[in-house]
Design a protein around this ligand. Structure first.
Ligand code: ADP
Ligand code: MG
Length: 505
């Protein structure tokens, strides 16, 4: 076991012999654990109160009640993430935004990347239909707003941050991440370790993304027009969304936000002859999708009509349909092919971005795809099988990969999936704090999310930036982040671990 104490594993220098023993690498906690019981008895209620009073909350999924807010499950202490790798991905974010922007505007590339997928994946096919329709009719709004979140694990095998995916639609938690950052500052202060505070980096994710929406609103240039949030029928992650509204209001008291689900938009939305989008009496300048990324959010043709209406309009969309398509898992796999990044980036840029990728494999019905199927069936624990879905809980792991591929291997249906190397993050300990459940000292792993925003047309980019970060931490025994499945944000921040700079959250 590589223990991060006097060794330098947090900085990426694992023992040579440990390189392949991926699951056994540990990061030390920022404060020695376990904490004495009397410390826990004091700090846990303080942490819970801080969370509730600062809006780090959620609505309960099983016992939904619009009048009640629970604190969002969180980790008591900042979790560690190697600082060198944090710095690296922060620096690369503006470039990744540009990459996604260019992919989204490259029709030939999107077409060749997705042509097989859309034959077998109905949801991607519906998105593609909208994209095609709008292209044929003539695009009315050339400007798009990208608000992305790139997710990474630090890999103990390769000792660098490796990209899990780039979210181009409904990339959430910028609001809650900033709340959890201040919660951790408070907890560290209460634990009388103020000397550690300067290792928790500032996190302006919320201000950054809301600033980007405001810039888009200004480009639209109609003082009375509002920003539309496209939301789920029931929003559990309400605090995160509301913080976006409040931050827009804080920065620009003259800009209104309205919230509607796709069904309501189908009933209330209309386009004028010059393709302005109106919802009830409000002209829409910017559309921010917090829903619409999974099939279950389109109950009938009405919701698809609503999506098409939005796309046809001259409102600035985040994302517009081509950004949504650029964020599919299939596109992620296609850009990881050798040499493809150079279509969009300079040689040195392509090299830097390419280093973030882990192995991604097509499952097309070709010799290449057959090889990937065989590889996955032989060593399922080394891979993740991914359908074209967003929102968590859809991926397939371990022995189930074998079962699914056994069933699909001779059918075209396998082209709806991609295969990815499984990244092994280092394990660390932290206290998991959840409503109505005992405090648990758990073994967890952290996934870093880097937010970025880009505004521009196919011809030029007005800005591209790093907006902030988050760290989602899940039980190491669970395949997907609790956060994804149950919308549980757990952590964010920076930390100094042992003598090493690491990121925490
Ligand atoms: P989604 O779009 O549903 O969020 P992701 O690709 O982000 O799909 O996967 C969901 C979760 O599954 C991630 O947050 C991560 O916890 C886990 N995961 C995804 N890809 C990998 C991988 N290559 N290695 C290890 N875990 C992964
Ligand atoms: Mg994800």
């Amino acid at each position: 076991m590589a223990v991060c104490s006097s060794s330098t594993c947090c900085d990426g220098n694992f023992d040579e012999k440990e390189k392949n023993v991926s699951t056994t690498s540990f990061l030390e906690s920022c404060i020695p654990l376990p904490l004495p019981q009397e410390t826990l008895d004091d700090i846990v209620p303080k942490g819970k109160d801080f969370a509730v009073l600062h809006g780090a909350g959620m609505r309960h999924k099983a016992k939904y009640d619009p009048d009640t807010l629970y604190f969002a499950p969180f980790l008591l202490l900042p979790s560690a993430f190697p600082r060198r790798e944090f710095d690296r991905v922060v620096k690369l974010q503006p470039l990744i935004n540009v990459l996604m922007h260019k992919i989204a505007h490259d029709h030939e590339f999107l077409k060749s990347a997705l042509e097989k997928t859309i034959q077998v994946d109905d949801f991607t096919a519906r998105l593609w239909d909208i994209y095609t329709k709008v292209r044929e009719e003539g695009v009315t709004q050339w400007i798009s707003l990208g608000m992305f979140r790139c997710d990474y694990f630090y890999s103990v095998t390769s000792q660098v941050a490796q990209q899990v995916e780039v979210n181009t639609v409904a990339a959430s938690f910028a609001g809650l991440a900033t709340r959890i950052t201040i919660l951790h500052r408070y907890v560290i202060g209460e634990l009388r370790k103020p000397e550690l505070l300067h290792h928790l980096p500032e996190n302006d994710a919320l201000a950054g993304l809301c600033g980007a929406m405001i810039s888009a609103w200004e480009v639209y240039s109609s003082p009375k027009a509002v920003i539309l949030f496209v939301v789920e029928d029931v929003t559990y992650n309400i605090c995160d969304q509301r913080f976006h509204e409040y931050e827009i209001r804080r920065q620009r008291p003259d800009i209104l936000v309205i919230r509607r689900n796709l069904t309501q938009i189908s009933e209330q939305g209309r386009l004028t002859a010059d393709k302005k989008l109106f919802i009830d009496g409000d002209e829409i300048a910017v559309v921010y999708f917090r829903a619409g990324y999974e099939p279950g959010q389109y109950h009938s043709e009405a919701e698809w009509d609503a999506r098409l209406t939005i796309e046809r309009s001259c409102a600035i969309k985040s994302p517009s349909i081509h950004y949504h398509l650029a964020g599919t898992k299939k596109v992620q796999q296609e850009i990881a092919r050798p040499g493809v990044l150079k279509r969009f980036l300079t040689e040195s840029e392509a090299e830097q971005v390419g280093q973030l990728f882990t192995g991604l494999y097509t499952l097309d019905r070709s010799a290449e795809g057959d090889k990937a199927v065989q590889m996955a069936m032989e060593n399922p624990d080394h891979f993740v099988l991914k359908p074209q879905r967003e929102g968590g809980g859809n991926n397939i792991y371990g022995s189930e990969i074998k079962e699914v591929l056994e069933r699909l291997k001779d059918s075209q249906e396998r082209e709806a999936y991609i295969l990815m190397d499984r990244i092994r993050p280092p394990v660390q300990q932290n206290y998991l704090i959840r409503p109505h459940l005992p405090v648990t000292l758990a073994e967890v792993v952290s996934e870093l999310g880097i937010f970025g925003a880009v505004l521009g047309s196919g011809k030029d980019i007005q800005f591209t930036n790093y907006s902030g970060h988050m760290l989602r931490t899940k039980l190491s025994s669970v395949n997907e982040a609790l956060l994804h499945v149950h919308f549980y944000p757990t952590s964010t921040g920076w930390y100094k671990n042992c003598d090493l700079e690491v990121m925490a959250g």
